[in-house]
Write a protein that binds this ligand. Structure first.
Ligand SMILES: [Zn+2]
Length: 267
């Protein structure tokens, strides 16, 4: 029996909170770590959670809003410094929305994180639009969502290069499935993917929570965790909506919350 863990490092939405950090979630697969999003404060939260920086093998970013990516350089630097301390080189795969790959690559060099000189040798890849990512025996399917579509008019009026790429991730490991919503256009972005999920980690800021929970109730979802909310977010409405539907598998995220997924490994 192996134990996989999905940890909420940061449950705050876009406005930084005084007591919670921005978006970041760590998947622990038998001691190897895959980091989803690196918002503000995530590197410190990672250290607080007692994870080993040298166990990180992948970083996957949902979209380029600051509350999901602003700690990326510091996170890479953290892995590099941990490696330098132990004189141990690691290599990690970093997946980013393709629209930002070159710019972020240049930015990392501008802050002196040239992969060639680091103990953390990172490789940048675009999130695939067709097909999935395989890492540590985990299958990760990016699902393009509508979170950034509200920018369409201003982008075309100004001829900006932005492609409005934002992805939710369907993660399958050892017979268990996790859906990490990241930020959404609306709850309907997730409707085709809810059936038989073991864990749904869903943002609260851009959705009608009651409408989503109505769908959860008829799709055999194991656990639902509501995350990514502002300091003054009233959680009682969401809790009442879950109660009304008789859902006893619903909880509100907090920083440091660990969700355990157990399964039998077949070697
Ligand atoms: Zn966000």
């Amino acid at each position: 029996m192996t134990e996989n863990k999905f940890t909420v490092l940061g449950s705050s939405a876009g406005m930084p909170c005084s007591d919670r950090v921005n978006a970041g979630y760590t998947l622990d697969v038998g001691g190897r770590l895959i980091q989803f999003d690196c918002g503000g404060g995530i590197s410190s939260a990672f250290r607080r959670s007692d994870f080993d920086p040298l166990a990180v093998t992948g970083i996957i970013i949902s979209h380029t809003h600051s509350d999901h990516i602003s700690d990326l350089p510091l996170f890479i630097q953290m892995i590099h410094l941990a490696g330098r301390e132990q004189q141990k080189q690691t290599s990690i795969e970093v997946y980013l929305p393709g629209e930002a790959l070159d710019v972020i690559g240049e930015y990392l060099k501008a802050v002196y994180l040239h992969p060639e000189k680091l103990f953390c040798q990172y490789q940048l890849h675009p999130v695939p639009e067709d097909g999935g990512i395989e890492m540590e025996g985990v299958a990760i399917l990016p699902i393009r969502n509508g979170h950034l579509k509200g920018n369409a008019d201003i982008i075309s009026q100004n001829n900006w290069k932005n492609k409005m790429q934002c992805y939710s991730y369907l993660i399958r490991t050892e017979g268990k499935s996790i859906l990490y919503s990241a930020d959404l256009g609306s709850e309907t972005d997730l409707f085709p993917y809810l059936e038989n999920l073991d864990l749904l980690v869903v943002e609260s800021t851009h959705i009608d929570v009651a409408n989503l929970l109505g769908r959860v109730a008829v799709n055999n979802v194991g656990q639902v965790v509501l995350t990514h909310f502002e300091e003054d977010y009233d959680v009682s409405q969401a809790i009442n909506a879950a109660k009304k539907l008789g859902l006893d598998n619903f909880s509100i995220a907090h920083d440091g919350m660990s969700l355990i997924l157990q399964s039998c490994r077949i070697d």
